[in-house]
Design a protein around this ligand. Structure first.
Ligand code: DLZ
Length: 166
């Protein structure tokens, strides 16, 4: 619960040594762009902190979170990236639109990761209010973009470790 742990993005630093070819794709939803821009900045800053070169980070935009899975799919098809990070912000409105979008996007992103055997990270905020989203996009509860970047690197490391077992 956010109340118990103030900064949800706090994490134990881990050793990650990118190789020269490590490359990350980021797909950003333009809906609620003030929030998703901050998520993207948090993700990029974290990747660079862990040694990924800025030119090895490729950022693409889609109109809304519903389009994130297709955006990620197109990036996966390029076969250039070790992981894809999907960033979005879905805010509860008066209708059931929220549930349909949030569930479809979560499932779409998970299916892509399993289908392509490549980390595809769910960096999508699903909140009741804009304020809750802002608090999790560089505010008092951290930045989900940072969490998404760390998850991507951990999954890249896991992929390498498991392949190295052969
Ligand atoms: C239409 C819509 C609405 C109402 N709300 C959001 C939202 O809170 N967050 C978001 O990322 N996208 C929203 N969208 C846009 C849809 O994701 C999608 O882009 C459109 O339905 C077109 O397919």
């Amino acid at each position: 619960m956010a109340g118990k742990k103030t900064n949800l993005s706090d994490h134990k630093k881990f050793n990650f040594t990118p190789d020269a070819k490590t490359s990350i794709g980021i797909v950003v939803s333009e809906w609620n762009t003030e929030v998703t821009g901050a998520l993207c900045q948090g993700a990029v800053d974290s990747l660079v902190e862990y040694g990924i070169k800025p030119k090895a980070i490729d950022i693409r935009y889609v109109p809304g979170s519903f389009e994130l899975p297709l955006g990620a799919f197109l990036m996966l098809q390029a076969k250039k990236y070790d992981a894809i990070i999907c960033l979005g912000c879905i805010i509860q409105g008066e209708t059931r639109h929220f549930e349909f979008i949030a569930q479809a996007v979560a499932k779409g992103i998970m299916d892509l990761g399993l289908g392509w055997i490549t980390p595809v990270i769910f960096g999508v905020l699903t909140t009741d209010t804009f304020e809750q989203a802002k608090a999790r996009a560089g505010g008092k509860h951290g930045n989900k973009g940072v969490e998404a970047a760390v998850s991507a690197l951990k999954m890249i490391q896991l992929t390498k470790d498991v392949k190295g077992k052969k």
